[in-house]
Design a protein around this ligand. Structure first.
Ligand code: HEC
Length: 293
């Protein structure tokens, strides 16, 4: 609701301003400052919520970057427009309003690409129109680089997640709760409380249950204050367990749906609160992550 309120409000205002150009409706936009105040409040709230949501990770870094900054620029532009909306400044006000409207479309478009996927506008368009837009390949293949599909699901996706988030405490050296998540065989064996996962039943699996517990719960994993698994990482772990926790096979072999591909994309895009998993900068990224949370 927050994010759509400024969109509706600003478009309504633009329509009223257009009407006000005709003598018959010259009073149509009399209450522009009221509408602008509501739009401004909505966009400030959206920026705050968006910023928090971005911390949860799992979003493609590049799209997130553009959405974040065009969104903030939009909120700033609303302040300017509100300030200009007074007698004597009508021309400047109208130009600023038009610019803000364009910014709104751009910021909104990045936002919807984040939530619905990059090609959401053309995904269901007829092939001829897609060709015109330069998107002749089938939508899913176009949306995701092929190399995700070639990766070994356990060895190159799942194990690195466990190593990043868990094996500092559940590895060959330290085995908290007598649990070693470093190899599949050991993970299967589990710890003091039995197997760490049930193949095919992610939601019955200890590792997923514990990750999903509230942060302040004693049983939550990784413990509060340690770098946390992102939404994308958790989603991939669940997907893998629900597939039966296979050790062999590429991502492509398991027919990932659009959600899974987006999680993979979010994980490997490199930058952003979510993607810092390069081995070299581990200390730095661990510090960053615990700073964020
Ligand atoms: C900072 C250290 C630390 C990290 C990192 C950590 N854990 Fe733990 N974990 C513990 C400790 C300590 C226990 C034992 C106390 C308990 O059962 O809560 C434990 C227990 C567990 C258990 C219960 C084992 C059993 O059979 O009793 C599971 C399952 C688990 N952790 C999963 C995970 C997963 C999955 C991750 C990574 C996403 C993770 N942990 C990361 C410290 C950690």
């Amino acid at each position: 609701m927050l994010v759509h309120l400024p969109i509706g409000g600003l478009i309504l205002l633009a329509v009223m301003e257009l009407l006000a150009l005709f003598p018959r409706f010259k009073d149509a936009a009399q209450n522009r400052r009221v509408i602008l105040a509501v739009v401004l409040a909505g966009s400030a709230g959206s920026v705050a919520c968006g910023w928090l949501l971005a911390q949860s990770g799992g979003y493609e870094a590049q799209l997130l970057f553009w959405h974040r900054w065009t969104g903030i620029a939009f909120a700033a532009a609303c302040v300017l427009v509100l300030w200009l909306a007074r007698p004597g400044r009508l021309a400047a006000y109208r130009i600023a309003l038009l610019m803000t409207l364009i910014l709104l479309v751009v910021a909104g478009h990045f936002g919807s690409e984040i939530t619905h996927g990059r090609d959401f506008l053309s995904r269901h368009a007829p092939a001829s129109l897609r060709a015109l837009l330069g998107q002749s390949a089938p939508p899913k293949a176009a949306a995701v680089p092929a190399d995700f599909r070639k990766r070994q699901l356990y060895a190159e996706v799942i194990r690195p997640i466990l190593q990043d988030r868990c094996t500092a405490c559940h590895g060959p050296e330290k085995r908290k709760g007598d649990l070693n998540l470093d190899s599949l065989a050991n993970a299967k064996k589990g710890g003091e409380n039995g197997p760490s996962f049930v193949a095919g039943e992610a939601d019955e699996s200890q590792i997923i249950e514990r990750i999903l517990l509230p942060l302040d719960d004693d049983q939550h994993m990784p413990p509060d204050g340690k770098p946390q698994a992102t939404a994308a990482e958790t989603g991939l772990l669940r997907w893998w367990i629900n597939l039966g926790a296979p050790e062999k096979g590429t991502v492509g072999d398991f027919k990932p749906d659009a959600d899974v591909l987006r999680m993979l994309e979010g994980m490997s895009s490199g930058k952003g609160p979510d993607g810092q998993r390069s081995k070299k900068s581990k200390c730095v990224s661990v510090a960053n992550r615990s700073g964020v949370r």
